[in-house]
Ligand binder design. Structure first.
Ligand SMILES: Cc1ncc(COP(=O)(O)O)c(C=O)c1O
Length: 372
């Protein structure tokens, strides 16, 4: 493992070509180095679920494996340590940090508290569906506000749709399936105004990927004790989708309400791995670079084919295929490439999760062959 670590750290600053050559030597331990350019039905290119197909940082993997020795014990100390790490990284007191088994835990808890208070939820559409689905099963009313013509979340329309009975406002920033952001000043103003009337939850699942001067996390408003919840996840850039770690930031009263004295749903190996991953800045830089390379490959293809798309602020692209989403997914599936499902009201648009540059090149080649 030590030698792999060294290799990976070295690789982080190298070209795609050299990493591919080296990957042959370390293929099994370092699946993230081996692009899947000969996909099969059993081992397809996974461009459908916004996962990080590189896998976890080697430092995280080592921490997870080493944690087996301690995982017969309750993880109270690790809970405290992970909260303390997040508090340090975000410069916010530890009492403002909540942990969950993925950020889904916070979205669902927020929906439960809203339902208990008899509140409606105000949210854009389309957006990440979990909170809305869950709220509906709890009998809550959803007020869904379509995105604007620019495909971005329309804050003015949301303001106009606000009612006295809305107790929770959900904003996903960057949004999903459309990877737009909300301009930071407009968002701040909206939050300042609306958090007097309802709890504003901002889902920042893709926060780490954003490289846009108009974007800002709203965590500073939590520090100012506004009625807000910011949710983040280790499922994306940290590749913990199957490990389940989420982090939220909110006033201690909200944290206490959501978790009681503390949360105890997290597992020790996942927390140890997350602590290593969040401190492995080099690996995150490497992944962001790879994500940008993927974006360029797909933009090039879309420009050549004259297809409309939304510039990505995340690890996926949303483009207008000019034909049913299903036709694209079924055609690409024949090439063993999985693409995103249909999202209403955009029946001709495809959400393509970015995997590795070589795999995106393979996708682009196959797409041109089929539809070019
Ligand atoms: C915007 C958004 N929020 C939350 C989640 C759920 O993430 P987690 O794995 O942290 O529960 C996802 C998953 O795709 C997502 O896209």
């Amino acid at each position: 493992m030590t030698s792999n670590l060294t290799r990976r750290e070295w690789l982080a600053g190298t070209t795609a070509a050299s990493s591919f050559i080296l990957s042959g030597a370390v293929a099994s331990a370092q699946s993230f180095m081996t692009p899947n350019v000969t996909p099969t039905a059993q081992n397809p290119i996974r461009a459908n679920l916004n996962e990080n197909v590189y896998g976890q940082s080697l430092k995280a993997r080592k921490a997870i494996a080493d944690a087996a020795d301690d995982s017969h014990r309750y993880a109270f100390r690790d809970i405290f340590q992970l909260q303390a790490l997040m508090s340090k990284l975000e410069d916010i007191p530890r009492e403002y940090v909540g942990l969950g088994a993925g950020s889904t835990e916070f979205l669902e808890k927020a929906a439960v508290f809203n339902a208990l208070a008899g509140g409606d939820i105000l949210l854009p559409t389309p957006t990440y569906g979990d909170i809305g689905r869950f709220a509906r099963t709890l009998g809550s009313k959803l007020i869904e506000v379509p995105v604007g013509d620019d495909m971005a979340i329309n804050l003015d329309a949301m303001r106009a749709a606000m009612t006295d009975n809305v107790k929770l406002i959900y904003l996903c920033n960057p949004n999903n399936p459309i990877p737009t952001i909300i301009e930071k000043n407009a968002l701040r103003e909206f939050c300042l105004e609306m958090s007097d009337k309802a709890t504003v939850l901002i889902d920042e699942a893709y926060f780490e990927y954003v490289d846009n001067p108009d974007y800002e996390s709203m965590i500073s408003l939590v520090k100012e004790n506004k009625n807000m919840i910011i949710t983040r996840t280790a499922s994306k850039i940290h590749a913990f989708a199957g490990m389940r770690i989420g982090v939220c930031f909110a006033h201690p009263d909200i944290i206490k309400r959501m978790f009681g004295l503390f949360t105890n749903t997290l597992n020790l190996p996942a927390m140890r791995g997350a602590m290593a991953s969040y401190q492995d800045i080099k690996y995150q830089t490497f992944l962001k670079q790879k994500n940008k390379e993927c974006q360029q490959i797909i933009y090039k293809m879309l420009d050549e084919l004259n297809l409309q798309y939304v510039k990505s602020n995340a690890n996926f692209i949303f483009f207008n295929a000019g034909r049913p989403t299903k036709e694209v997914s079924e055609t690409m599936k024949k090439h063993h490439i999985l693409t995103g499902r249909e999202f209403q009201p955009f029946p001709n648009w495809v959400r393509l999760s970015l995997s590795k540059p070589e795999e995106m090149q393979y996708f682009a080649d196959m797409y041109r062959k089929e539809f070019g």
